[in-house]
Design a protein around this ligand. Structure first.
Ligand code: HEC
Ligand code: HEC
Length: 306
């Protein structure tokens, strides 16, 4: 009898835990009420496409020139949790996102949710893209709609259990996805706010320059203070205004490095930053200058060593 009641208690506890898991991991999509009634502007969206570096993950590996606009997917992204394969996001209706509504797209970018309601993995850097405004996302979607279709099928990710269970990402999101859109600081200039938006939102600079916790979330107390390189070799540098970061660089030096790929010491920018820099070079000069002005205002972090 005692054994039986203990079993019942365990079964009940497991049911409560399962219900709590189900409840806590439920996707929280945005409703159509967020949509403005004006259509997106593809020309403006092109600028966000380069700022967002979408081609770096979603074009075929090694793509260059016009092939960067063919978003067939295929780049493998290695992480401590397994290997992700960037999917096809071309306007192909069968293999890409050609059948997605604008709201589907906004939910992917701001909430990390696919149209069927499942959670997307944060290897897709929506922890940064969530900061983008809805009108900007409409523009970006309008631009993506103009790109060539491609019929490459998606490759499944290579993830061990429990990371293979998408539902669990709901718990991770409770810790690391706040759903906030970027808010300009009225005390700062328009250029600094524009730079902050590009860095924190589309540019997703934190995804490489900010260290991560053991659970793979961004440790925002060390924002932009440098981090181990995900490739396992070396470090992604500190780009705060501190002595271990860009303390000796002027805002103009930063803008020019993003344009030319050369640091003020005439070193060439390499590693994974080379591709980011090539994307940044496609932006109007004012965007790079704004990024320079903002980074010169980012406070050094405690770990920022000279
Ligand atoms: C660092 C690499 C990376 C970058 C940069 C990136 N993505 Fe992705 N993206 C991914 C990965 C990986 C997935 C797959 C996530 C999953 O399966 O849960 C993905 C998924 C998506 C999806 C969902 C597709 C589907 O079939 O479910 C969309 C939409 C998307 N990305 C759009 C974009 C856009 C737009 C940009 C640029 C603003 C962008 N991504 C930049 C890696 C990236
Ligand atoms: C995909 C990862 C990644 C992303 C995203 C990224 N960076 Fe970098 N960044 C790097 C790496 C790696 C280096 C070191 C390059 C080297 O060793 O040549 C670097 C170097 C730099 C440098 C040169 C610093 C120095 O001390 O030499 C600047 C400036 C910089 N990044 C700015 C940015 C900005 C601004 C953004 C966002 C728009 C950004 N990065 C996004 C990986 C990244």
């Amino acid at each position: 009898m005692r054994v039986r009641s203990a079993v019942l208690v365990l079964v009940a506890a497991a049911a409560v835990a399962a219900a709590a898991f189900w409840f806590m991991t439920a996707p929280q999509p945005l409703s159509a009420a967020v949509l403005p009634d004006k259509p997106g502007d593809a020309a403006k969206g092109e600028r966000l496409f380069w700022a967002g570096g979408c081609a770096s993950c979603h074009a075929a590996p090694g793509a260059a020139g016009d092939d960067l606009l063919k978003l067939s997917g295929g780049v493998a992204i290695t992480s401590p949790f397994g290997t992700f394969h960037a999917p096809n996001i071309s306007p192909d209706k069968a293999h890409g996102i050609g059948n997605w509504s604008t709201l589907d797209f906004i939910n992917a970018m701001k909430r990390g949710i696919a149209p069927d309601g499942s959670h997307l993995y944060p290897a897709f850097p929506y922890t940064s893209y969530q900061r983008m405004t809805v009108p900007d996302l409409l523009d970006l979607k309008a631009y993506l709609d103009t790109l060539p279709t491609d019929a490459t099928a998606n490759q499944p990710h290579d993830l061990p259990f429990p990371f293979s269970i998408r539902r669990g990402i709901g718990l991770w999101k409770l810790l690391y996805l706040d759903g906030e859109t970027f808010k300009p600081d009225p005390a700062k200039s328009e250029a600094v706010n524009h730079g902050a938006y590009l860095v924190e939102g589309p540019g997703h600079c934190n995804e490489c320059h900010t260290p991560r916790t053991a659970l793979g979330g961004l440790d925002r107390s060390q924002a932009l203070g440098g981090a181990p390189d995900p490739s396992g070799k070396g470090r992604v540098p500190d780009i705060t205004s501190g002595p271990g970061g860009l303390g000796d660089w002027s805002a103009g030096d930063i803008a020019s490095a993003l344009e030319t790929g050369f640091t003020p010491d005439f070193d060439s920018i390499g590693g994974t930053m080379a591709e980011v820099q090539r994307n940044m070079a496609k932006l109007p000069a004012a965007d790079r200058e704004a990024i320079g002005e903002y980074l010169k205002q980012v406070p050094p972090v405690a770990a920022s060593k000279p």
